[in-house]
Design a protein around this ligand. Sequence first.
Ligand code: COA
Length: 574
Amino acid sequence: MNILLFASAYNGMCQRVHRELEAENHRVSIELSASEEVMQEAVAQFQPDLIICPFLKHRVPEAIWREHLCLIVHPGIEGDRGPSSLDWAIDMERNQWGVTLLQADEEMDAGDIWATQNFPLRGAPKASLYRREVIATAVAEIKNILLDAIQKPDFRPRPLDYSNPNVKGKCLPLMRQDWRKIDWLNDNTETIVKKIHAADSFPGVLDDIAGNTVYLFGARAEYRKTNAKPGELIGYRDGAVCRATRDGAVWIRQMKMAQHGEKTFFKLPALQVVTQQFHNPEYFEHLGVLDSQVQQDINTEIKNGVAYLSFDFYNGAMNTEQCIALLAKLRELRAHADVRVIALLGGEDFWSNGIHLNCIESSVDPAHESWRNINAIDDVVQEIINMDNKITVAALRNNAGAGGAMMPLACDSVWAREGVVLNPHYQTMGLYGSEYWTYLLPKRVGQHLAHELTTQCMPILAKAAKAIGMVDQVLPEDWELYHQTLQKACEELTKDELFFSTLEQKQQRRVADECVQPLETYRAAELRQMKAIFDNPDSDYHKLRYNFVHKISCGKTPSRLINHTTKEKVLQIA
Ligand code: COA
């Protein structure tokens, strides 16, 4: 089938739908423009059999949906309508939520229903629910209707019918800041966390801290009693700040200053915002590090000879200090006598997205900070490559991009959760890349594919990554099942016969590789290229990073995603 995707951004959902459809042999093209004219042109050129809108904030022009079957992915249960679906679901403490595939119609989200499926709603941030449950459910529905409903000439989608008692959704308005507002004197910790979860990623909860207007993101409940006034800052840890509540405390991981005149801000670790952007940082000088079981970006659990190392950095971005802390943890595990296998779990939402572009952008000398950050992440990768007394497993539970997609390749085995999307390339950020990718990637996929992956800049699904040797195993997508399978497989590796033979092979391979080309020469060559990019104030990297961090879109669909003009080009050539 020719399937055209309309989307407002090539986000994680769109990337996955795109690659899943191609894997099923459909011909897919993507249009990200909101211009009716451009959308109509795409339809005219591509002649789609079906249009899918995996993540669309604007309307599909009537002239298109009247002529073509056009399905919208709506992140809500049957009957739910409006732009703040997940926000309301979290706010109302629903225990089930869902994804509905609707036919585009005159009224937004009110078209006929092609599929709807529910899932249990975790007590998690909105973006986490979207990345895990919503994307997986949407993909399953799309695949199902392509296999079933669309093939049947007599299939009729059902109209939205609020008189049906099974239809539990409603049409709800945009959730505004006055609704999201935290009442520090009356709201308890649970309510505050819920409010921040419902606004996670975007727009955040607007709040005031000692006269500074900020948006709050990334909440974690801290169950400690304090005598401080609700809302007051009581300490920090791992870049997050802790605030007293009326019945405990809450960690805030990220903040964004509200726009001030012409000046716009972006998300940063909360402590950095307090110390560098607040107009009265001296007010907080007395604060110290708070011990916490809850706020720990880096966590290790050791069980049956396996260390499960999670590094849950917000948005998968790893700044210099986080890389240094991760390196220290890896060195500690290297010396741990009871550990035979280290499973690197990444975070709850991303495995890793490489160096921290927001922290770099906010530094007084971004070129220098880029250099520090890339060296710090390289040190982590080097430590993994040289871990000669343990077996390392990259447990790719979630998506990874750029250097964060190269880092897992340093492990002895790479076991991805089905549906994970990798973006093993740097050029979209104007970078040559480091993280020893020139050693790690060709070693697994060969020079030719390494070149293709890093220059074509396309996402790749776990299954496709396995087919080319970038991933060793694809484990079930279900979160619990993935972890059970992972644990069993890791424990298997701790058994004497397997452990010692694997270690021996690994050591021999490393020695052989070192004879061909010393490891450090790969890094040196990569870093030479990177330094030239960092030190050139006119390099694309500085502009692209600025745009990425400030969320400035170029307004055009990247040509690598457009398939609808190919036909025309081929005809012209012929
Ligand atoms: N540094 C800082 N923030 C990052 C980041 C990074 N390296 N990578 C992702 N993020 C943030 C995004 O800004 C976004 O923030 P938000 O919560 O304000 O929306 C969030 O993480 C999710 O990223 P998003 O781009 O929406 O996810 P996606 O699934 O659509 O795309 C990537 C994933 C990896 C393709 C994309 O995030 C990306 O290109 N990241 C930059 C990777 C990079 O160039 N790293 C540096 C070189 S090592």
